[in-house]
Design a protein around this ligand. Structure first.
Ligand SMILES: [Mg+2]
Length: 199
């Protein structure tokens, strides 16, 4: 159950890094199998843009997934998530969230973790801001301080980023800068001749 707004913002303000599960968080939990095994996953461009926005505001983004999948690697490269901040094939997310905190040099209190199912429960229990998508398992929702109103793969990650930047007091300003057309130049700087859409 989501915490009341005031408490939630206070916790969100302390967050320095977002750690995300993949299946059911960055995707809708669907696994599309072709004849040669698992082939494709659907990601949200809006979530992707939010990840980039978080990074540009100095929030580190890391990945903690129980599965191993090639398409995920391509997507994470697109999102600019360094391989040192990606753990795939995790069998113990409680221990591995601690490893990620160590790699980031921050405390678990300063992490927001979004997960959607049973294997995520130990990681959700350890972090300062446990979060989940609207369609997460009942047990994940019970333990989350923030339950997004969007489902996994369709805006839940964006909602979490929005919460963190609202807590820092920068969200409105950022949106206004985009609306005024003054933000894009800085944001896309260094991403090449307009080849990258930032999502
Ligand atoms: Mg999952």
């Amino acid at each position: 159950m989501s915490l009341p707004e005031e408490k939630l913002l206070a916790r969100a303000k302390k967050v320095k890094a977002v750690v995300l599960d993949v299946d059911g968080v960055l995707t809708d939990a669907g696994l599309v199998y072709g004849p040669r095994g698992e082939a494709l996953k659907v990601f949200s461009a809006r979530d992707g843009f939010a990840v980039k926005l978080a990074q540009s505001e100095g929030i580190r983004v890391a990945i903690l997934s129980g599965r191993l999948a090639a398409p995920v690697k391509a997507r994470l490269a697109d999102l600019g998530i360094p391989s040192g901040l990606v753990i795939q094939g995790s069998r113990d997310k409680g221990a591995d969230i601690g490893k990620i905190a160590g790699r980031l040099g921050i405390s678990l209190d300063e992490i927001a973790y979004m997960g959607d199912d049973t294997p995520d429960l130990p990681a959700l229990a350890r972090v300062g801001l446990p979060a989940c998508p609207a369609d997460a398992s009942e047990e994940a929702r019970e333990r989350a301080a923030f339950v997004a109103s969007s489902p996994g793969g369709r805006g839940a990650v964006r909602e979490l980023v929005r919460l963190l930047l609202r807590a820092r007091g920068t969200w409105e300003q950022i949106m206004e800068a985009w609306a005024q057309g003054t933000a894009a130049g800085e944001f896309f700087k260094g991403s090449g001749k307009g080849a990258h859409d930032g999502k």
